[in-house]
Ligand binder design. Structure first.
Ligand code: PBG
Length: 326
């Protein structure tokens, strides 16, 4: 075997998996204000950005050849109906209009996350109903009541210019509801990238600081998947495909490479994976202590996700990786 590993040129010739900037997607967290660039304490190099700053960041991404942006919003106010998610003048809607008005950003796909958790006062991804029981207050995330708001959010984001809408809420039936609403609004050309198999993961911790979206009570285990279940993940994907998903996203990535691999084997749709906040923070924590070589560890983590079968990767390392690849 060593004959083909002897030089860099030989290794390059026989390399099976490649990374390229166009297959990387960079998440951005939009917040109100002007000139705001507030670092997320648990994610070095990741910021809450006002729209003017986000546009600068987007220009840097376009110059690096990155494939697209995934937009999240921090609204000025939150309420029980997640009004900020579907408001025509919501923070992401405004951001989309600014990005789409800028010709230097034409090469970037503007992907809008569709979820309610950043916009609800309780931090859940759907509408919550409460009831008094003898043993105290109970709450339920109302799956079907949430669908209308998710669909309304997706339509509003597509109307504001989103190239792709990406539901991450994990309510049953949302892909179908969103497709129907988009078609009814004559947005038939807007693809849906479904977070088809999204696990209830501890690795989302830093994101909840970045997006200010931690649930105020309970957790997400009644709608996100149990990390033990591979077969169930395939059923989730089956349903989303049947409901009209155009692209699939798996999440988290690194701890779930087997799920990515199995999804790639079974489904023909374009498949992405989200290297989530905790995966990024964990590596950065080791970089800060000098325990891992930053560039090598970053590239290896991304290459592994590609090798498992992801066509594209959502990652907070997108800019750093694109710089190395360029
Ligand atoms: C919203 C959403 C989450 C992430 C993406 N979309 C958080 C969650 O489900 O709690 C996590 C992304 C990351 O950790 O980087 N539903």
């Amino acid at each position: 075997m060593r004959r083909l590993r002897r030089t860099a040129a030989l290794r390059s010739l026989v390399r099976e998996t490649h990374l390229h900037p166009g297959a990387l997607i960079y998440p951005l967290f939009l917040c109100p204000g002007e000139g705001v660039r507030k670092e997320v304490s648990s994610m070095p190099g990741v910021f809450n950005l006002s729209i003017d700053e986000a546009v600068k960041e987007a220009e840097a991404c376009a110059a690096l050849g990155i494939g697209g942006l995934l937009l999240f919003g921090l609204p000025a106010e939150k309420d029980e109906q997640a009004s900020g998610a579907w408001d025509t003048n919501g923070i992401v809607q405004q951001g989309l209009r600014a990005i789409k008005a800028n010709r230097r950003l034409d090469s970037l796909l503007a992907i809008a996350d569709v979820c309610l958790c950043e916009y609800t006062s309780h931090g859940h991804c759907g509408i919550v109903s409460r009831s008094q029981m003898p043993d105290g207050e109970h709450f339920v995330v109302e799956n079907d009541a949430s669908l209308a708001l998710l669909a309304k959010t997706a339509v509003s984001l597509a109307q504001a210019g989103a190239d792709i809408v990406a539901p991450s809420d994990m309510m049953d039936g949302r892909v179908g509801a969103i497709r129907e609403a988009l078609d009814a609004a004559e947005l038939t050309e807007t693809p849906i990238m479904s977070y088809a198999a999204k696990f209830a993961s501890a690795f989302y911790g830093p994101f909840r600081e970045a997006a200010d979206s931690a649930p105020q009570f309970g957790d997400r285990r009644s709608y996100q998947m149990d990390g033990a279940n591979l077969r169930e993940a395939m059923r989730e994907i089956d349903l989303d495909v049947a409901e009209g998903a155009d692209l699939l996203l798996m999440k988290p990535a690194g701890p779930y490479l087997d799920v990515i691999c199995e999804a790639r084997r079974r489904f023909e749709l374009p498949l992405g994976a989200y290297q989530v906040s905790g995966e990024y923070s964990m590596l950065h924590a080791a970089f800060a202590r000098g325990w891992l070589e930053p560039e090598r560890a970053m590239m290896e983590s991304l290459l592994s996700i590609r090798r498992a079968g992801a066509d594209f990767i959502v990652t907070y390392f997108a800019k750093d990786a694109a710089k190395l690849l360029g």
